[in-house]
Design a protein around this ligand. Structure first.
Ligand code: PAF
Length: 297
């Protein structure tokens, strides 16, 4: 596995790679969720490139850029064991040289949910991801369902800007108690960690109600809110029921696929999670249909 941190080395190494390329962009502090992305990329491409870059552009000044977990030695071990061919680990100065002046911004689909709570976040994501696409020229790029809006925003950008690649979305990897794996789970104390599965519990309860015929988004939203509000350590930021493809907030009952999304603060950790309804859509093949806007094909 080659580990590279300059643009010139990356360009040279990329020229030496032949066949199809799978790209897995990450911010490091890698866990089993990232490993699953690498594995899928490994199975579907001749070469796999991973990037580790904590992108300052996607953090607001009040957020956790300076404390975001970092563990490069461990990350490299995981990437090696996943069979990654090339790892790019640039510094902020390499990605954003002095007087950097360009941004890539997706509008409507980036505005609600995470975009509503974190103004500028997706502008940072799409700017760095488009740079990584240009630098690595992948055939496929892999992202996790846990950041479902990020997937939708990146898909919109890929379609709108004609990036010649496929965006692949992989199912959320969860701990046994349902907590979605996330680098930010490291912020939880042991007591907070015990409270954290409340997001999954709430979404599963809404899912059970859906299975029993409930299609009213207001009643499903109320289930999410009631369960999180009953957990003393949890502070609900939002609970949302949207159309799975457009991410438009739903007010009327519908049989179309829905996306339940939540952001909850527990101590220092801001946890996000989501689930598609019907629940059968949360596997690899369901996801690729439910989260893909047919207009982009
Ligand atoms: O999902 C992430 O880890 C980041 O948003 C990404 C896609 C690597 C861009 O910095």
């Amino acid at each position: 596995m080659q580990v590279i941190d300059t643009l010139s080395e990356l360009r040279l190494a990329r020229k030496g790679l032949s066949g199809t390329i799978g790209l897995v962009p990450t911010m490091g502090a890698l866990h089993a969720g990232h490993y699953a992305l690498m594995e899928q990329a490994r199975g579907e491409n001749d070469q796999v490139i991973a990037t580790i870059f904590i992108n300052p552009l996607q953090f607001a000044p009040t957020e956790d850029l300076s404390t975001y977990p970092r563990d490069l030695p461990n990350d490299l071990k995981l990437l090696e064991s996943a069979g990654v061919d090339l790892v790019f680990t640039p510094t902020p100065a390499i990605m954003y040289p002095a007087d950097f002046q360009t941004a890539v911004e997706v509008s409507r689909i980036a505005q609600g949910l995470e975009g509503g709570q974190r103004p500028g976040h997706f502008r940072g994501v799409t700017t760095v991801v488009s740079k990584l696409f240009n630098l690595t020229q992948p055939d496929r790029a892999y992202f996790g369902q846990k950041d479902a809006q990020q997937v939708a925003v990146i898909r919109r950008m890929v379609y709108d800007l004609n990036f010649p690649l496929e965006v692949v979305v992989c199912p959320t990897v969860r701990a046994e108690d349902g907590l979605a794996l996330s680098s930010r789970n490291a912020y939880l104390t042991s007591e907070q960690r015990q409270a954290a599965p409340v997001l999954y519990r709430a979404m599963r309860s809404a899912g059970d109600a859906y299975d029993q015929g409930e299609r009213d988004p207001n009643r499903l939203r109320a289930i999410l809110e009631a369960i999180v509000e009953a957990e003393p350590l949890a502070d609900l930021e939002y609970a949302s029921i949207t159309n799975a493809q457009t991410l438009a907030e739903l007010q009327q009952p519908t049989d179309q696929a829905m996306l339940l999304s939540m952001a909850v603060r527990i101590g220092r950790a801001r946890l996000i999670d989501n689930l598609l309804l019907p629940l059968s859509l949360n596997d690899r093949s369901g996801l690729s249909i439910a989260l893909a806007n047919p207009e982009y094909q």
